[in-house]
Design a protein around this ligand. Structure first.
Ligand code: AP5
Length: 209
C-alpha cells in the first residue's frame, strides 16, 4: 500500500500514520520527523531547514524532495509506505509521481478552531517521537512517554503564533493539492474529528480495508 496522509497541521496525520503503519506493515515516513531529526543533529539540511520551520513556513522544495526521494528508495519502503507531510506543493506532488505510483491520498479535514487546540496541547517525546495531547491523548504518567519514559517536550513550532502561520501556509500553498489529487481519482476524504480509534475506522472504511 502506497499511501499519502494529507491534512492541515494538527489534523492527526502522524497519529493515524503510526496506526496504519502497524496495521499494514509498511513504514511511516514523516517529513516533519526527518527534518526535526536533522535540526537536532545540526546537519547541513537541518541548518537550512530550521529558520523556515521556526516561522511556520515550508522548507524549500529542492531540499525536501531530495530528502524524501532518498528515504523512499530505502529497502523497507519498496513494498509500500505511509507518507505523512509530503507532498505539500504541486512541485513535490509531481516529483513523487515520477518516483512511484500511489494507491490513495487520505484527506483528513477538520474545523480550524480544533486545529489550534490540537497543536497547542501537543506534547512529544524527544527520544522515540511518540505524540500525545495533554487533554485528548494524555500519557499514562503525566509528562512522561508511555513507550520509553523520557520527559515530554513542546514542539518549538507549537507556539500560538507559529501554529497560526503553519495553518495559513497550509491554506495558501498546500490546500491546492486537494484538487490535484481529486482530479486524479486518488482522494479519500475523512472527517478527522472524534476519537482517534473512530477516525482510524473511517480511514480503513474509506480505503476499503
Ligand atoms: P510536520 O511535522 O509535518 O507538521 P504538520 O503538517 O504541521 O503536522 P503536525 O505534525 O503538526 O500534525 P499532524 O497532522 O501530524 O497531527 P498529530 O497526529 O501530531 O511539519 C513541520 C514543519 O516541517 C512544517 O511546518 C515545515 O516547515 C516542515 N515540513 C515538513 N514537511 C514538509 C514538506 N513536505 N515540505 C516543506 N516543508 C515541510 O496530532 C496533533 C495533536 O492532536 C496531537 O497532540 C495528538 O495527540 C492530538 N490528536 C490527534 N488525533 C486526535 C483526535 N482524534 N482527537 C483528539 N486529539 C487528537
Amino acid at each position: 500500500m502506497r499511501l499519502v496522509l494529507f491534512g492541515p497541521p494538527g489534523a492527526g496525520k502522524g497519529t493515524q500514520a503510526v496506526k496504519l503503519s502497524h496495521k499494514l506493515g509498511v513504514p511511516h515516513v514523516s517529513t516533519g520527523d526527518i527534518l526535526r531529526r536533522n535540526v537536532g543533529e545540526a546537519t547541513d539540511l537541518g541548518k537550512a531547514a530550521q529558520g523556515h520551520m521556526d516561522k511556520g513556513q515550508l522548507v524549500p522544495d529542492e531540499l525536501v524532495i531530495a530528502m524524501t526521494e532518498r528515504r523512499l528508495r530505502q529497502a523497507d519502503a519498496k513494498q509500500g509506505f505511509i507518507l505523512d507531510g509530503f507532498p505539500r506543493t504541486v512541485a513535490q506532488a509531481e516529483a513523487l509521481a515520477k518516483l512511484t505510483p500511489l494507491d490513495a491520498v487520505v484527506n483528513l479535514f477538520l474545523e480550524p478552531e480544533e486545529l489550534i487546540k490540537r497543536n497547542t496541547g501537543r506534547r512529544v517525546c524527544p527520544k522515540c517521537e511518540a505524540v500525545y495531547h495533554v487533554l485528548m491523548n494524555p500519557p499514562r504518567k503525566q509528562g512522561h512517554c508511555d513507550r520509553c519514559g523520557s520527559a515530554l517536550t513542546v514542539r518549538p513550532d507549537d507556539r500560538g503564533e507559529v501554529v497560526r502561520a503553519r495553518i495559513e501556509t497550509h491554506e495558501r500553498q498546500t490546500a491546492p493539492l486537494i484538487k490535484y489529487y481529486r482530479d486524479r481519482g486518488l482522494l479519500v476524504d475523512v472527517y478527522a474529528s472524534g476519537l482517534i480509534d473512530e477516525i482510524f475506522q473511517r480511514i480503513l472504511e474509506g480505503l476499503r480495508l
